[in-house]
Design a protein around this ligand. Structure first.
Ligand SMILES: Nc1ncnc2c1ncn2[C@@H]1O[C@H](COP(=O)(O)OP(=O)(O)O)[C@@H](O)[C@H]1O
Ligand SMILES: [Mg+2]
Length: 204
C-alpha cells in the first residue's frame, strides 16, 4: 500500500503566506514513519490533507494510485491530539465507538477499556481513557493507514506507551501503514523505523 503526496501546497485563506509548499512524500506499510516539526510548522494541516479532512489544496494525494475518496469511509484515518474536540458530547462512548465499528470484547480489553466506561459521556472520562476510544474508533477493519497526530502528547509516559503498544500491535497484525506525527524526537526515535523533518520537505 502506498500513500503519496505530490506537490502539495496550502495556504489558509486568512493567511498572507503559504504554510506548505511543494511537498512530496511517499509512505507505505513497510516502515513505521515519524514526521517531526516545530509547533505551528503545519504538521496538523498536512495530516488533515493526507487523510482527506482538508480537500482544498494544490497538488495531489493518492492512496494506492487512486485519489482519496471524497465521501464515505476514509481509508486513511487520523487520530487527533485532542479527542474531546472530535467527539459528540451528547453521545455515550458505546455510540461514539459504535458509529465506526463493532469492537469485540477482546480488543476492548487489549486497549484497556473498562466496560463501565461505555455508558459514560466523553466529559466523564480522563484524557487517557478518552484517547483509547479515539484510537480504537480509528482502527475500523477497513482502515488501511493511520496518522497519529501528537496522539499521546497530553498523556503521562506509562499511558502513552500502553496506547502506542496496543496500536502498533494491531497495525502489524493488519498490515496497516502508520505515521507518527510528533515534536517529541525521543518518542519518534523509540517507535519509528525512520523519520522525516517537515522543514526538509517543505519548500516555503
Ligand atoms: N483553521 C485555520 N485557519 C487559519 N490558520 C490556521 C488554521 N489552523 C491552523 N492555522 C495556522 O497554521 C499554522 C500551522 O498550524 P498546524 O498545522 O496546526 O501546525 P502544527 O500541527 O505543526 O503545530 C499555525 O500558524 C496556525 O496558527
Ligand atoms: Mg499539531
Amino acid at each position: 500500500m502506498k500513500l503519496k503526496a505530490t506537490n502539495i501546497s496550502f495556504k489558509y485563506p486568512s493567511a498572507k503566506n503559504y504554510l506548505l509548499k511543494d511537498i512530496n512524500l511517499e509512505l507505505d506499510n513497510k516502515k513505521i514513519m515519524g514526521l517531526i516539526g516545530d509547533s505551528g510548522s503545519g504538521k496538523s494541516t498536512l495530516c488533515k490533507i493526507l487523510s482527506g479532512y482538508v480537500q482544498k489544496y494544490e497538488g495531489e494525494v493518492s492512496f494506492d494510485d487512486a485519489p482519496l475518496p471524497k465521501k464515505g469511509f476514509k481509508p486513511v484515518q487520523l487520530i487527533y491530539q485532542h479527542p474531546e474536540k472530535v467527539m459528540n458530547p451528547k453521545w455515550k462512548m458505546k455510540d461514539v465507538l459504535g458509529e465506526s465499528w463493532d469492537v469485540d470484547e477482546k480488543t476492548l480489553s487489549e486497549f484497556g477499556i473498562q466496560k463501565s466506561w461505555l455508558t459514560r459521556f466523553p466529559q466523564e472520562l480522563s484524557g487517557g481513557e478518552l484517547q483509547r476510544f479515539s484510537v480504537l474508533r480509528a482502527l475500523n477493519p477497513k482502515t488501511k493507514f493511520i496518522i497519529a497526530d501528537e496522539m499521546t502528547t497530553m498523556l503521562d509516559a506509562i499511558t502513552q506507551v500502553q496506547i502506542l503498544d496496543s496500536v502498533l500491535k494491531l497495525v502489524k497484525e493488519r498490515n496497516m501503514g502508520f505515521l507518527l506525527v510528533s515534536h517529541d524526537m525521543d518518542l519518534v526515535d523509540t517507535i519509528c523505523d525512520d523519520k522525516i523533518y517537515l522543514k526538509d520537505i517543505n519548500n516555503i
